[in-house]
Design a protein around this ligand. Structure first.
Ligand SMILES: [Zn+2]
Length: 277
């Protein structure tokens, strides 16, 4: 009987899923192991290490192999890393799906019109390349019916247009680090796509973002640290890490007025469902 009680306590234990983080910086500093220990201590039991270029794809692939069912990984060419080599790099992407551990999603891919070259002609070329690389990766995802992690900065409408054009199932799309307002979240909802929220949800001035999160609803809430960036309040400005998802989760549970373990369970399940893990 005592054994049984312990068993139930373990099963009921709260778990968080950090749906989007970058771990290569911790690995380079030699502190990944302690970062993972702190994540466990804070009940962050699963995380997706999100690829941005061929260098981190291979790093995350081996991490996913070393930490099965704990670290998952995605692979995609981030718009800010799109250069003249993009087509070669993107053409190599499908290779990653031919053996285990396979990426669980394509991403992060998308458009970033915020960080562009100063010179107008260079900026134009960069944007055009980003659009081509995004479209190319979207059609790969559509062919394989894979989930897609979208990075959109100052480019929401263009992202919508290219996703629509690709013919991909909108249910496979998450806009990570969503930082728009109600009308944009409604555009995603109408189509069946998701918005995922980072620590910026906790920043004091972001009432519009909180309204957008509430509008999308608890059943579709996905949360992420985007480590090492965007640490939430009350540790804003520090180097973020998966353990700090806990702060965002606590904040979100107050926002949605539900117990923390309930919010953890909902977001955990929604994230597993989205990634198919
Ligand atoms: Zn990211």
């Amino acid at each position: 009987m005592a054994m049984m009680a312990i068993f139930f306590v373990l099963v009921e234990e709260m778990s968080w899923f950090d749906s989007h983080c970058h771990l290569n910086g911790f690995l380079e500093k030699g502190i990944l192991e302690e970062v993972l220990v702190r994540a466990s201590e804070h009940k962050v039991t699963r995380m997706t290490a999100v690829g941005t270029d061929p260098d981190d794809w291979s790093v995350y692939r081996s991490l996913a192999g070393s930490y099965p069912d704990r670290i998952f990984y995605s692979a995609g060419l981030h718009p800010s890393y799109v250069n003249s080599e993009w087509l070669t790099q993107v053409t190599a992407l499908p290779q990653l799906w031919t053996s285990e551990p396979r990426p669980i999603a394509v991403g992060e891919i998308g458009l970033d019109y915020f960080r562009l070259p100063k010179n107008a002609a260079d900026a134009e070329l960069a944007m055009e390349r980003q659009r081509q690389a995004f479209s190319h990766q979207l059609s790969f995802a559509r062919e394989r019916n894979l989930p897609v992690i979208v990075h959109s900065r100052n480019a929401f409408e263009d992202c919508l247009v290219l996703i629509e054009k690709s013919g991909i199932d909108w249910k496979k799309i998450v806009f990570h680090c969503f930082s728009e307002g109600i009308s944009q979240v409604e555009k995603l909802m109408e189509r069946g796509a998701l918005a995922s929220f980072t620590g910026i949800l906790t920043f004091r001035k972001n009432d519009n973002l909180r309204e957008a999160a509430l509008r999308q609803g608890l059943e579709n809430l996905m949360i992420e640290t985007d480590s090492p960036y965007l640490a939430p309040e009350p540790i804003r400005g520090k180097i973020n890490e998966p353990a700090f998802l806990k702060h965002l989760g606590q904040f979100a549970s107050q926002l949605f007025e539900v117990p923390e373990d309930y919010l953890a369970e909902r977001t955990f399940e929604r994230t597993c469902d989205f990634y198919g893990v």
